[in-house]
Design a binder for this molecule. Structure first.
Ligand SMILES: [Zn+2]
Length: 156
């Protein structure tokens, strides 16, 4: 498990599943689960971007938190075409001159978990990973219980 720190509102748009690429200065050989951590800094000019607005940017949404892990994604590949000046099909969120980390299967956390981030990619502490796994399994159990209750409870 690895993590990246991303400024808001970009972290929000990733967590919402709207932004399938993360623009990074460096490539990585890592593939697998990647925590999306919203850093303490906010890119204020980006909040007015049409792309960000179309993604439903809402400063009062829990996913707009800063200084917290807000989602888990799978890092499936890195497109480096633009970094060497070439064209690619990474879409409107991909920035020229940077490496495009392609994200898939984004799962927003049920609630943000406050954590210190770092620049570039970093390895989350085991306690943080455990907390996130527990959060998802609790949420899955609650969903299963409510579905089972709705189906099998003849008195309800
Ligand atoms: Zn690309």
């Amino acid at each position: 498990m690895q993590a990246i720190s991303v400024q808001q509102p970009w972290a929000f748009t990733i967590a919402r599943g709207a932004k399938p690429v993360s623009n990074q200065g460096l490539p990585t050989a890592y593939r697998g689960p990647l925590l999306i951590h919203a850093s303490m800094r906010v890119d204020l000019t980006a909040c007015d971007s049409p792309l960000v607005q179309a993604a439903g940017w809402d400063p009062s949404d829990p996913l707009a938190a800063i200084g917290a892990v807000i989602a888990v994604a799978d890092l499936e590949g890195v497109c480096s075409a633009a970094a060497s000046g070439g064209a690619c099909d990474c879409g409107p969120w991909a920035a020229p001159g940077l490496h495009h980390w392609r994200l898939a299967n984004v799962r927003a956390l049920p609630r943000p978990i406050v954590a210190l981030g770092r620049t570039d990619m970093w390895e989350p502490k085991p306690a943080l990973v455990a907390e996130i796994k527990a959060m998802f399994s609790t949420a899955a159990a609650a969903t299963a219980a409510s579905v089972a209750g709705a189906v099998s409870d003849p008195h309800g």
